[in-house]
Design a protein around this ligand. Sequence first.
Ligand SMILES: Cc1ncc(COP(=O)(O)O)c(C=O)c1O
Length: 394
Amino acid sequence: MDQRVKAEAGSTLKPIPLHADRGISLDRGEGVYLWDTQGHRYLDMMTNYGVNILGHAHPQVNAAVKAQLERLTNAHQSFDVPARREFLEALASVMPPSLSAISFANSGAEAVEAALKYARVASGRPGVIATHRAYHGRTFGALAATAEAKYRDPFSPMLEGFRHIPFDDLDALDAVLDERVGAVILEPIQGEAGVRIPSPGYLRGVRERCDAHDALLILDEVQTGFRTGAPLAFTAGGILPDILCLSKSIANGLPLGVTVTTPRVAERIPRGSHGSTFAGAPLVCAAGTATLRVLAEPAIHQHAKEMGERFLKRVADRRLPEVREVRGRGLMLAVELKRPATPVIKAMQQRGVLTLPAGPTTIRFLPSVLVQAEQIDQAIGALAEAVAEVGSTV
Ligand SMILES: Cc1ncc(COP(=O)(O)O)c(C=O)c1O
């Protein structure tokens, strides 16, 4: 090594300030609670943006990860590994038969990236229709499908061929679908946009139009997956996608994403044309299998549905003057305020409840599906106190 370089080595590394600072140093988690380094306890109603669906330090997930850690952590996908096979079996139990081809990724954005590439190669068409306020991640392909200017503008020009139309608007889709469009990409319920549930019939209408124009339907269930009172949110719409993206919740905190598709699409993807060194690592798959085995239990989705209904009813019953609307399905929930959300989120954090924003005036709740009624009520109590406190300061 060059002696001069060696003498100068020793930097102070600081994260590029890409994220808001929540002002807490987190130390550990157990179940639906987190503790900071000073010993304060927080009720976790955000679960790392929807990742820790079974809460923290779940005993079955931890046991599976520890066991796999002792055997084999990583193995390239050119090798067979039992841990990966077991994950495929666990995921297959909730997949419709038509979705039988899968590839692995390390994040939601990567799962979307693969979906867009597969749609292009399978359709042979460059056009993609996405929706206003959609969020699909921040790699260049996923970013081209993401709508918000604040994510796109600093990095323009975007990938070509993407158009955004209003969500939940079939006429808008009719106006843009033509022979250049290879795919339509949608979140079945928009998450970052503030938990926007489309009208009944919308997903079916999109499916019919995609079929009529021979365009592929990509459903991004990175956020909705396993938290809307059913394993997959598209089942409520009575349709099947051609390509499905899952991530966040499927390994309860370890980085795993998947892109699942039909044999018809899969057979057109050339061998070696896509991949990632880490993706589908046995360690991560072991976490995924344990997570999906817990989530295979229908009672857990019934519980998520009931807890979500409790939340919606109890917030509405309080008739909080600062609340414009409360909406959601299962444990994907939002409270839209008549004022900026951030001060209220901070005031809730001071009361020991962690939530997250979804747009400037909306507070999002993405708790674990193991959350209990008294914890839902505690979160609502903190919300009521926080809006009252923040309201009284203006
Ligand atoms: C619907 C949706 N798609 C994709 C992503 C991107 O996932 P990741 O942050 O893991 O890249 C997210 C993340 O919030 C999301 O909500």
